[in-house]
Ligand binder design. Structure first.
Ligand code: DGL
Length: 259
């Protein structure tokens, strides 16, 4: 079991930002990454549809003998992880917007959060927000269109900049000092966001914490891969191969898979 792969899925290429964090602290682990780009974006779909897609991805990864699954998608985590945990027998790691650290650290008492509709309207998100951010102002923005632009290879585009300007404006007006990225596609926006935000605004996401949690759960379940040989990393997409290749760089092979 220890030498079995970690499965990772997202509605598309965004979860590669989480894969990178996992790879950097767990280089000996085998990984299988599934980008469900044909069904992206998940954000506007209802809870039932998001659960069904999460089941499909999970069952594929389980058929490949994955020992643990990272749901590298805030939308799938906040809508489907409870279902997955209660219906499958392996550990699941999820990702949620980092509201808690932002709420604890803010000095201006205003925090921005950019996420999908599915995440911001989920019960899990409102529970966390109520628990940690009662006394501060949270400026929530649904990042409509952002995932679609990234999935179609338009990360660096004027369209993207124009959209982000619109979403950031009310946050800047509210004097936020932290911007929480609540979608795994968004870390790829960081260079553009830095250009658009005032200097004092810090950007946080949960990628590193997810990688650390993955390591901790593997350790706890005695599932850490102890082999020191270079591990195999497999990437599959049911969408555009080139978009994913661009985000991963030349060292990794991306294959098309109809799942
Ligand atoms: N990467 C997904 C997330 O973290 C994007 C969701 C979507 O496809 O709308 O929420």
């Amino acid at each position: 079991m220890k030498h079995n792969p970690i499965g990772i899925f997202d509605s598309g290429v965004g979860g590669t930002s989480i894969w990178k964090e996992i790879y950097s602290i767990l280089p000996n682990e085998r990984t299988i990454y599934l980008a469900d780009s044909a069904n992206a974006p998940y954000g506007p779909k209802g809870k039932e549809a998001i659960i069904d897609l999460s089941i499909k991805n999970t069952e594929y990864l389980i058929s490949k003998n994955c020992k643990l699954i990272v749901v590298a998608c805030n939308t799938a985590t906040t809508n489907a992880i409870d279902y997955l945990r209660s219906n499958y027998d392996i550990p699941f790691i999820g990702i949620e917007p980092a509201i808690k650290p932002a709420a604890l650290k803010t000095k201006t008492n205003a925090v921005g959060i950019l996420a999908t509709k599915g995440t911001l309207t989920s019960e899990l998100f409102s529970k966390t927000a109520n628990l940690f951010a009662n006394d501060i102002k949270i400026v929530e923005k649904i990042g409509d269109g952002i995932v679609e632009l990234i999935e179609s290879g338009k990360l660096q585009s004027e369209e993207m900049k124009a959209l982000l300007k619109i979403y950031l404006e009310p946050m800047i007006k509210a004097n936020i000092d932290y911007l929480v990225l609540g979608c795994t596609h968004y870390p790829y926006l960081i260079p553009i966001l830095i250009d658009l935000l005032p200097n004092h605004v810090k950007i946080i996401d949960s990628g590193e914490a997810v990688a650390r949690q993955t390591r901790a759960v593997l350790e706890k379940n005695d599932l850490l891969n102890t082999k020191t040989t270079q591990a195999l990393n497999e990437f599959y997409t049911n969408g555009n191969l080139n978009v994913m290749k661009q985000l991963l760089g030349e060292n990794f092979v991306v294959k098309y898979l109809d799942f």
